[in-house]
Design a protein around this ligand. Structure first.
Ligand SMILES: O=C(O)CC[C@@H](O)C(=O)O
Ligand SMILES: [Zn+2]
Length: 568
C-alpha cells in the first residue's frame, strides 16, 4: 500500500503484511524522523474559501443595527487620510473610494465559511500601533463601531462586520520586533502570519507553540484574540501559558504596553489574560510576546485504523502512557471524514481497508533512536492487544506531510462538498463522539438526512429541498475537543432549528463548553449561558463596559445581546 505520489510505501503495521515487526517499524520511524521541520502544509491554503459566493447578508438574521453608532461619511474618510497612507484605506465609491476598492472590500466583509456577510464601507489597514491608536480614539469620540480583523479565517463570524462597522485589518502590521536566541521569546506585531512566524522560529531552531490548519493565513493577533488551540495544544498547552505579554490599544486610543518577556511575574492582576480570547471586544491587540519551544529534530507520524470510538479512547490511554514526553499530537476523525478528504484531494488512504475511525499520532523529540524505539514498541503493543486494527508509519518527510494533510484537509474538503455547520465543543472524553450519531438520528427523524450516504451526497444548492449530506466528527482527542460538522446543500433555518439549541443543551448537560477553540463570535453570543453562569456573564459584561463604555468594539458579538450588567 502506498501513499500517492511517493516513491516509498509507508510501513504498514497490519499483521497481513511482512513488515509487522517492531524492527521494521523502527527502521521506518528512523527515516521518518528526517521530517523534523516540514510537518503538514496542506490546510495552509484555507484563505481560498470554497464558499464565499454563497454568503448571506445579515438581513436574514434578527439583529438590528445599533442606531447610536454613527454612519461613516466622506468627512470621516478625509480624517483617516490625515494620518493613513492612501493605500491603507479601502472605501466604497459613495464615500470617496474607487470601484476596485469597493470590490476588494467584499473579501473583508465575508467570512471564510461564506456564512456571514457584513456591509462595511471601509477597511483601514494601519501600519503602526500609533495609527491604530489614532483610529480608535477617533472612532470612540465619534461613536463609530469597529471590527478588528486578522487573517479572516474565523469560523464563528467574529472577524467580519455585522452591519457597517469600520474594519481595522492588522495585515500590514507584520514585523518581528525581537527574538531572543537563548530564551526563545519572540516579540512581534499582531498581523504576522502564524506560518511565517514558525518559519522564522525554525531558522533559529525553535517552533511556534501552536499550529493549526489555517496557519498559512491566520494572524498571531487573531490566534491570541480567539484563544486558538490547534494540534500542538496537547504538547504546549494554551496561549494563556505561552503568551508572555501583549501590546493592546484600548477603545479610547490608550496604548497598553504589557509586552513583557518575563516567564515569571507575580505582581498582581495579569491584565493580558483578559485580552486572550476577548475577540477584539476590549481593544485591539497590536503586539505579542510569546515563548517558542526548541524545535524537535526527530518527528514521526503514524495513521492508525480502529473499529470504534471506544478503541480510540483505549489507544489514547496507552499511547499517552507509552510515548509520554515525546507525544506531540493525537488526532482522530471518522470514516466519513476520511472518505471526503480522500475524494476531494485525490489521495489514497495509507491503510488498505476502511475503518470506522482513524487516529493520527505524532511524536517529536530530540533523540531519534529513543523516539523511534518508543513508537515502534507502542505500535506493536497496540496491534498485539488488538486495540488498533491497522496502521501505517510515515517513512519520510513527504509521507509525514501527506498524513497530516488528511487530518488538516478535513475542514476545507467538507467546505468544498457543501456549506458546513460547525460546532467546536469541549466534552468529557468518554462521551465526546456520542453527539455525532445522535445528531444524525435527529436530522433523519426531521426528514432532512439519510444515513445511506448515497441518498443526498450530491445534492446541490439549487435543489428544491434543503438536505443534509453528512454528519461528521473529528478533532483533538487529547484536549477533549470535538468538531461536529454538518454538511448541507445550503445554509437554511430548517437545518439550524434541528441543530440548535439542541447541540448546546447537550453540551451543557455534559458540563462541556460550547466553544473549545474557535471563540464565540456572532454565532455563539446568544448561547453563552449554556457554558457560563449568570454571575460570570454579568462580570464579563462589567469588564466589557469598563474597557469599552461606548460599546464600539466588535459589537453584536461575544456577549448575549440582551444582557445588561447587574452592577449598579
Ligand atoms: O472546521 C472545523 O470544524 C475545525 C477547524 C480546526 O479547528 C481543525 O481542528 O481542523
Ligand atoms: Zn480544531
Amino acid at each position: 500500500m502506498t501513499l500517492p505520489n511517493t516513491a516509498k510505501p509507508a510501513i504498514l503495521l497490519t499483521s497481513q503484511t511482512t513488515t509487522t515487526t517492531a524492527s521494521a517499524a523502527s527502521a521506518s520511524a528512523a527515516s521518518a524522523s528526517a521530517a523534523a521541520v516540514a510537518v503538514a502544509s496542506l490546510g495552509s491554503n484555507l484563505n481560498s474559501s470554497p464558499f464565499k459566493s454563497s454568503a448571506r447578508s445579515y438581513a436574514d438574521i434578527a439583529i438590528e443595527r445599533n442606531p447610536q453608532f454613527k454612519k461613516i461619511t466622506k468627512q470621516d474618510i478625509d480624517h483617516f487620510k490625515t494620518f493613513l497612507e492612501p493605500q491603507s484605506i479601502l472605501a466604497t465609491t459613495d464615500i470617496g473610494g474607487t470601484i476596485d476598492e469597493a470590490k476588494e472590500l467584499d473579501g473583508y466583509n465575508t467570512d471564510w465559511l461564506g456564512k456571514y456577510k457584513g456591509r462595511s464601507q471601509v477597511v483601514l489597514r494601519p501600519k503602526s500601533t500609533q495609527q491604530v491608536s489614532k483610529i480608535l480614539k477617533y472612532c470612540n469620540d465619534q461613536k463609530i463601531a469597529v471590527v478588528p480583523q486578522g487573517g479572516n479565517t474565523g469560523l464563528v463570524g467574529g472577524g467580519v462586520p455585522v452591519f457597517d462597522e469600520v474594519i481595522v485589518s492588522l495585515g500590514s502590521m507584520n514585523n518581528i520586533r525581537d527574538f531572543n536566541e537563548t530564551s526563545g521569546i519572540l516579540v512581534c506585531d499582531s498581523g504576522c502570519i502564524l506560518e511565517e512566524l514558525d518559519k522564522f522560529a525554525a531558522g533559529h531552531g525553535f517552533s511556534m507553540p501552536l499550529d493549526l490548519g489555517a496557519k498559512g493565513s491566520c494572524h498571531i493577533g487573531g490566534n491570541v484574540s480567539t484563544n486558538a488551540g490547534g494540534i500542538r495544544f496537547i504538547r504546549y498547552g494554551s496561549l494563556h501559558g505561552s503568551v508572555l505579554g501583549l501590546e493592546v490599544v484600548l477603545p479610547d486610543g490608550t496604548i497598553v504596553d504589557n509586552l513583557g518577556t518575563l516567564p515569571k511575574d507575580s505582581t498582581g492582576y495579569d491584565l493580558k489574560q483578559l485580552f486572550i480570547g476577548a475577540e477584539g471586544t476590549l481593544g485591539i491587540v497590536t503586539g505579542v510576546s510569546i515563548v517558542t519551544p526548541p524545535r524537535p529534530n526527530s518527528v514521526n507520524v503514524a495513521v492508525l485504523g480502529v473499529s470504534s470510538y471506544d478503541a480510540v479512547q483505549k489507544a489514547f490511554r496507552k499511547v499517552r502512557r507509552d510515548l509520554a514526553e515525546v507525544l506531540s499530537a493525537f488526532e482522530f476523525w471518522d470514516t466519513r471524514c476520511m472518505q471526503i478528504v480522500l475524494d476531494h484531494n485525490n489521495l489514497r488512504s495509507p491503510l488498505e481497508e476502511e475503518h470506522p475511525f482513524y487516529i493520527l499520532i505524532e511524536t517529536s523529540g530530540s533523540k531519534k533512536d529513543h523516539d523511534d524505539e518508543k513508537l515502534a514498541e507502542c505500535l506493536e503493543s497496540l496491534l498485539e492487544n488488538e486495540i488498533i486494527d491497522d496502521g501505517a508509519l510515515a517513512q519520510d518527510e513527504t509521507q509525514v506531510s501527506k498524513m497530516w494533510s488528511m487530518r488538516e484537509g478535513i475542514p476545507e474538503s467538507l467546505g468544498k462538498w457543501g456549506p458546513t455547520y460547525k460546532y467546536d465543543i469541549s466534552i468529557p472524553i468518554g462521551v465526546l463522539y456520542d453527539i455525532v450519531p445522535e445528531m444524525a438520528n435527529r436530522l433523519e427523524q426531521a426528514g432532512l438526512y439519510s444515513k445511506d450516504p448515497k441518498t443526498y451526497e450530491s445534492a446541490s444548492k439549487d435543489d428544491p429541498n434543503v438536505v443534509v449530506k453528512g454528519v461528521l466528527g473529528y478533532g483533538h482527542i487529547g484536549d477533549g475537543n470535538l468538531h461536529l460538522n454538518v454538511v448541507a446543500n445550503r445554509f437554511d433555518k430548517k437545518v439550524t432549528d434541528v441543530l440548535e439549541p439542541y447541540v448546546y443543551e447537550w453540551v451543557a448537560s455534559h458540563k462541556g463548553s460550547i466553544s473549545a477553540e474557535h471563540g464565540l463570535g456572532l454565532m455563539k453570543a446568544p448561547h453563552l449561558h449554556y457554558s457560563k453562569s449568570k454571575v460570570i456573564v454579568d462580570w464579563m459584561v462589567r469588564i466589557k463596559n469598563a474597557f469599552d463604555p461606548n460599546g464600539i468594539m466588535n459589537p453584536y458579538k461575544f456577549l448575549p445581546r440582551t444582557t445588561t450588567s447587574s452592577s449598579n
